[in-house]
Design a protein around this ligand. Structure first.
Ligand code: NAD
Length: 253
């Protein structure tokens, strides 16, 4: 494994424009469960209850959604960035980071101090809520306070429309601008690092493929195999925070 860490460090040293593509595995060490690992969210809830179409058409589905979402938010809100998030911040400080494209909705890249303009949240964020009709935006904690007071499903103050956290549900359109920027950066980077993602969720998982097709090298650090391991120059199956700190220690310590 030391050899793989050394190879990764060399690849980072040689790179000037790194794109990190991060998934739920980056944040498990901050205490936020991923979806597919044992003990993950899909062991507790049925994903089909959370389709966007169900959410907009069925009050009962909205009640279940808000229950799950509140439980998840109560874990995310107090969470702090871990060594893996901080390693990505170091890459930015060292002038090597082109962008962080994240599937995570947990706000931890912002908390780690990466520049907001370098962070692309492909699946949105839990920290705000929007009206699906008039697009009015609410702070998440304001909505949480309403739910604490006994309301089970919140609606818009202005137009009565359906409120939903600013995260992308199954069956909901991806934020177009974020997807376009991600693909653009994937075409510009010289090294793409997939960090803690099963690469099972599309279209997000097309970002590293696009980087490879544009000539970038690819490192995948994930505990389990991914469908893109065959495309990678280096695959490391271990804790992403251990692997990244190992590499950065070799480079910058
Ligand atoms: P995923 O759950 O499909 O895959 C996570 C992968 O990370 C797994 O293969 C797992 O083996 C690996 N992993 C877990 N902990 C690790 C660690 N410490 N070191 C190395 N590998 C580790 O997650 P995904 O690919 O991000 O896709 C799932 C979707 O779930 C995304 O769309 C995302 O929006 C959402 N999600 C986000 C969060 C979050 O914001 N923190 C949490 C759960 C799910």
């Amino acid at each position: 494994m030391d050899e793989a860490i050394a190879k990764g460090a060399q690849m980072i040293a040689a790179a000037q424009k790194i794109l990190t593509f991060t998934g739920a595995g980056l944040s498990t060490e901050s205490g936020i469960p991923d979806f597919r690992s044992p003990g993950g969210i899909w062991e507790k809830y049925d994903p089909s209850d959370f389709y966007f179409q169900k959410f907009i058409s069925d009050e009962h589905a909205r009640t279940t959604y808000w229950e799950m979402s509140r439980e998840f938010y109560s874990v995310i809100k107090p969470a702090s960035p871990n060594r893996a998030h901080l390693a990505i911040k170091t890459l930015e400080d060292r002038g090597k980071l082109l962008a962080v494209v994240t599937q995570n909705i947990d706000n931890l890249h912002h908390k780690a101090g990466n520049s907001p303009e370098k962070i692309i949240e492909l699946h949105g964020t839990v920290i705000s809520v929007s009206c699906l009709s008039c697009k009015k935006k609410y702070d998440r904690d304001e909505i949480e306070a309403r739910l604490d007071s006994g309301i089970t499903v919140p609606y818009c103050d202005d137009c009565g429309g359906i409120l939903k956290p600013d995260t992308v549900s199954f069956g909901q359109a991806m934020p177009q601008e974020a997807m376009e920027r991600s693909i653009r950066y994937a075409g510009q980077c010289d090294l793409c690092m997939v960090l803690g993602s099963s690469l099972a969720v599309y279209p997000a998982a097309s970002v590293p493929l696009h980087a490879v097709q544009s000539g970038a090298r690819l490192i995948i650090i994930n505990r389990e195999p991914t469908p893109q391991d065959g495309e990678a120059d280096l695959v490391i199956r271990m804790s992403v925070s251990e692997a990244l700190t190992g590499m950065l220690d070799l480079l910058f310590a």
